[in-house]
Design a protein around this ligand. Sequence first.
Ligand code: AMP
Length: 459
Amino acid sequence: MCGITGVFAPGRDAARLAYFALYALQHRGQESAGIAAADGGTIRSHKAMGLLSAIFDEDILSDLSGHIAVGHTRYSTTGSSIVVNAQPLLERTELGDFAFAHNGNLTNTDDLRATLSPTTVLQATSDSEVMAKLIVESKGTMLDRIAAVLKVARGAYSIVLCTQDELYAFRDPWGVRPLCIGTLPDGGYIVASESCAFGPVGAQYLREVERGEILRITGKGLESHRTSVESAIPALCMFEYIYFSRPDSKLDERSIYMARYAMGRQLAKEHPIEADVVMAVPDSAVAGGIGYAAESGLPYVEGLIKNRYIGRTFISPDQKMRSRDVHLKFNPVVENLRGQRVVVVDDSIVRGTTTPRIVALLREAGAREVHLRITSPPIKHPCYLGVDMATYDELIAANYTVEEIRAKTGADSLGYLSLAGLMTAIGREREEMCVGCLTGEYPNVPATHQTRVLAKAEI
Ligand code: AMP
């Protein structure tokens, strides 16, 4: 997944602004983080494994002087979890140095790697480095090079790049991963994966970076360069609405919170149930839970309290860790559950590890009935575009029917939001979104890049 930001702030320390913006994007990746800053001449950078709070301190930030910065928080999908894969990546061209930060996954990395000069040494193991090297080996101005890469790179990429004196931001022609731009209060601009990064630095949301658009920000201001996107169909990731983006962000002027609230309402229409209370699995399903409660007329209660200091369970790399994490993460509010028929709203079931444990926790706390309601349709297919969704073998909905999943989770009933209902709730057309994880139809993933579809996944 990853969170990225780019700052162009004349007269200010851009690295500090990038740090606060990245802090608001920490939910997009906790594996490593880094910031590179340019002062018109030199680019300095610092990156390490772990959370931002552990990586940066006053001294490190002060060393990153300059009015331009790019920053990255990493959530690994391709490439191993090692510091050499941390970003921003630093590269050198005959034009000068540049720093580069990427959110997304390329789907033709091998083909692109094959076009690189045989003398090119790759240090990292990520698709991002291949893309950075393509820029190094292209010809012309930085703008020409980026435009050339946009023509050949397939998949998902939202990118911020700074040279010694300019900031660039661009998005793949499909527009899979979000990227938006805001204005800074004392002049200048900030680009970020999500608009929730703007509040902490006092920036005003301006607009989304368009798919296939290259923004160039210099001392003279902002330029927009549109590349041809005719052969690409729009494919904003549905999962940003379901789970990934923070609810206080907006995408194309639409609030993620309100979209999730509407999903909850729609879910209550599609799967009503006689019950006493509605609760949500915190934090990602809260808006959906409140929506379900509003539509059903049932009271909304807090049934689980989440330990805010435990990271996202999904991100820990091995399955053993993941299953232990669920108990570390949630504690039940017994008084809200004992003897109650409880509707539990969650945003998704992916591998099906978390949900049975939550149902068991609620039963132990005295819930009389547990009715699971999920604000996404069943996730039956892997993601090749940057969300860690697991493989067909691991995805529970690729291998079991809804009734089988209900039985495995131990719930009394289970209802998923329909795809049509999801679209109604978020107010977008199916044709402008990537719903590959729900349907197996990916707009920009070559068939050769997709893993075999198990027969059961077609059920
Ligand atoms: P699972 O145990 O794999 O079914 O995990 C599903 C839970 O993880 C849901 O409660 C989601 O809120 C959360 N989740 C779904 N997708 C992701 C993801 N890509 N990264 C981290 N957490 C996720």
